[in-house]
Design a protein around this ligand. Structure first.
Ligand code: AMP
Length: 460
């Protein structure tokens, strides 16, 4: 196995840029993938983000393209999201800085004018999301005739996002004679299928078995009865400013993410907390990610859209405010910390309605996640009537998924033992103990808008 970048016989411009980036030794995926790519083979790379997979394909492509040539792109890199596309472009810029190679990154959500103007200036590498690439191609702004390298990054995410049709169309419009590289964090059935359509006798390089969380990340779960307790716990953890230096709080919906962000902003100020999700404008997202990278921003609240391709080192903690329902997202979320050989910590909040998914996650990662006691000083709130109903319905739904004959236990009597909470019926007098503690834990944070966060309730 090559132990240094010199072993790949890369040219001095690239080696100097690698040295400037501070990389001293290739990572395992780089050790395995760079030589076969240089020798012209198709590659199927099974590797998560955080393993150095971007440089594993970028370095040999730069080496092969050598210098700027003509107007039309010779390499096309398809990425599922804008964030990942920008990340790849940043990698290319880092390693191509002593060459004259030109890169354009294309994505939707912005008018195409600037992107078209850049393409016109001449380009060697296009990094693009599938839809925007096809739009610009169909409008006659891209000539694909000279494309010799086609990379699909995070192919599993592309399949999850329903890009299979676009991928097939892209395969139809690029020359047949080309080198193909496909990278994916997991090897799902659809990825397997697309790799069959796409790769010719590929060399398979794998650095971690399917869905293995990085070993550098410690994983813990707090079993909490309800949303309010999650908020109390989050606030409690965030008090530890020395340990929790830079964290991402993942939420399952945009609404929850917005509400958590507002809640935390009231406590810590708007400069310390920002939210990113698909409804945020492109510039807002870029500004938030940059502020987070530069260290000015301590807390980034995000949905799963943002969990891929977000390359920020020194993320001390990932907090799963909600257990992800697409269980593979768990691995991607926690891969945001512990990157590039550093250590990190992933903390998950799980309500009784989440247990089902938590068990599935443990099966997927083939590990038990350590259960932590709720720390002293965190008030365990009562579960409100609506939330108890929503949780019970969710549990019924899950049981029905496992057993279609299940009749449903959704009944008031059965709700009594959800979490640690006492049953409080509408009209019950509030527990005086909870009043005091709530005053301490929540109101000091500026109060949480009651109507703000709601569990996803399924209408009968
Ligand atoms: P990736 O998996 O491509 O998203 O890369 C994850 C992180 O690892 C990025 O911050 C890279 O800059 C970093 N990285 C990639 N290769 C190396 C290397 N050989 N040595 C140190 N860090 C690296």
């Amino acid at each position: 196995m090559p132990q240094s970048f010199e072993d790949f016989k890369l040219n001095p411009q690239i080696l100097n840029a690698i040295a400037d980036a501070g990389f001293t030794k290739p990572t395992p995926i780089q050790q395995k993938a760079i030589a076969p790519i240089l020798s012209g083979q198709d590659i199927m790379g099974v590797a998560q983000t955080g393993t150095g997979k971007t440089a594993a394909f970028v370095l040999p492509i730069l080496m092969k393209l050598k210098y700027a040539q003509g107007v039309d792109a010779r390499a096309l890199i398809i990425s599922p999201t804008r964030e990942l596309g920008m990340q790849i472009e940043e990698n290319i810029k880092t390693f191509a800085k002593y060459t004259d190679l030109r890169t354009v990154v294309l994505y939707g959500g912005l008018g195409p004018k600037t992107q078209i103007a850049e393409l016109k200036k001449g380009v060697d590498i296009i990094v693009s999301t599938p839809g925007r690439f096809l739009d610009l191609y169909l409008a006659g702004n891209i000539n694909t005739q000279y494309i010799k390298f086609l990379v699909m990054d995070e192919a599993d995410k592309m399949m999850d996002m329903g890009f299979i049709g676009s991928i097939h169309r892209i395969l139809e419009v690029v020359p047949r004679k080309r080198q193909n590289l496909l990278f994916s964090a997991t090897m799902s059935e659809l990825v397997h299928k697309i790799s069959g359509d796409f790769l010719k006798h590929p060399t398979i390089v794998e650095v971690a078995p399917q869905a293995t969380p990085p070993v550098t990340v410690s994983q813990e779960v707090y079993k909490v009865p309800n949303l309010k307790t999650k908020l109390n716990l989050l606030q409690h953890l965030l008090k530890d400013v020395e340990d929790f230096t830079r964290l991402i709080v993942f939420c399952k919906t945009k609404v929850v993410a917005d509400n958590i962000c507002h809640y935390l902003q009231r406590r810590y100020g708007v400069d310390e907390v920002k939210v990113i999700h698909a409804n945020k404008g492109q510039n807002t997202r870029i500004n938030s990610i940059n502020a987070f990278k530069e260290g000015g921003l301590r807390i980034l609240v995000a949905t799963d859209v943002a969990s891929r391709g977000l390359d920020v080192t020194d993320v001390s903690h990932v907090i799963n405010f909600d257990v992800p329902i697409i269980i593979e997202d768990y691995v991607h979320r926690i891969g945001r910390t512990g990157r590039a050989l550093q250590t990190g910590s992933a903390i998950t909040f799980s309500t009784p309605g989440d247990e089902f998914y938590l068990e599935k996650i443990e099966k997927l990662i083939r590990q038990k996640i350590t259960v932590k006691e709720i720390p002293e000083g965190v008030f365990v709130d009562d579960t409100g009537y609506d939330e108890r109903q929503a949780i019970a319905k969710e549990i019924d739904l899950q049981k029905r998924k496992e057993d279609p004959d299940f009749k449903g236990a959704f009944h008031e009597k059965k709700l009594k033992n959800i979490g640690n909470a006492k049953v409080v019926k509408p009209g019950d007098r509030p527990n005086p103990k909870s009043k005091v503690a709530r005053g301490k834990e929540i109101k000091s944070g500026g109060g949480f808008k009651k109507k703000g966060i709601k569990f996803d309730k399924k209408k009968k």
